[in-house]
Design a binder for this molecule. Structure first.
Ligand SMILES: Nc1ncnc2c1ncn2[C@@H]1O[C@H](COP(=O)(O)OP(=O)(O)O)[C@@H](O)[C@H]1O
Ligand SMILES: [Mg+2]
Length: 217
């Protein structure tokens, strides 16, 4: 589903990724762990086409993204990749359901269709009664679940999450982790999750260890 080959990346004179080869299968839930500064976020951003590698190729679902132009790339990303960040990044002026609908609007989906999809996802997550709340009226766990719902609205094949439970207490953490597996089991999505949380990395299908810009085998 995701293929990375020979990925390198430097910021100035600092080489952050030193040749990453990684293959992730369809429907796999993979965790990426490693010390702070190892290059995990940089790798995830490159995997998600939010950043360019200096060298190497990224393919998703058989499509080589390295050759795509920016415009094509944003359309591909919007359709095939969902992102969940450490801090939910919800827009404060919009309600939960509006936040969830935004990527669908970007994809050109009609208002009615976006509303139907967003309502279904909220329902699936047990957040129906929170639909018209703004982010500051939601708990940390609810905000993060809304962020996951937003990542799901265009039914992407791949969900990339960067320390998604980093700011949650242990109960909400566990609920969010369970949600990832429920989604994979129900919709077959592929998950790549950067985490410091051992209780999560222990239950993923595979754990990739990163140290100093390299994958440790
Ligand atoms: N945009 C950037 N400009 C300069 N340095 C960066 C940038 N992004 C990350 N870095 C540096 O690259 C290294 C790896 O960062 P990152 O990928 O965020 O690691 P991790 O997520 O594993 O903590 C760090 O030393 C960080 O300071
Ligand atoms: Mg990071």
């Amino acid at each position: 589903m995701i293929q990375l080959e020979g990925i390198t990346k430097s910021f100035g004179s600092l080489q952050v990724l030193k040749g990453i080869d990684l293959e992730i299968n369809s429907g796999e839930v993979v965790s990426i762990v490693g010390p702070s500064g190892a290059g995990k976020t940089t790798l995830l951003q490159i995997m998600g086409t939010l950043d360019d590698p200096d060298a190497g190729t990224v393919s998703i679902d058989g499509t080589n993204l390295s050759r795509m132009k920016q415009k094509e790339l944003s359309a591909f990303r919007n359709k095939h990749i969902g992102f969940v960040f450490q801090f939910h990044q919800l827009l404060p002026e919009f309600t939960a359901i509006e936040n969830i609908m935004i990527p669908a609007f970007i994809a050109g989906v009609s208002n009615r269709e976006a509303l139907t999809r967003a309502s279904e996802i909220l329902d699936f997550m047990g957040l129906k009664e929170r639909a018209s709340h703004k982010p500051n009226e939601l708990s940390g766990g609810e905000k993060q679940r809304v962020a996951v719902a937003r990542a799901l609205i265009n039914n992407p094949a791949v969900i990339l999450a960067d320390e998604p439970s980093g700011s949650l207490d242990s109960h909400n953490k566990e609920e969010l982790h369970q949600l990832f597996f429920d989604l994979r089991n129900k919709f077959g999505q592929t998950f790549v999750i950067v985490t410091h949380d051992e209780s999560l990395s222990k239950i993923t299908d595979r754990t990739v260890h990163m140290i100093d810009g390299m994958i440790q085998y």
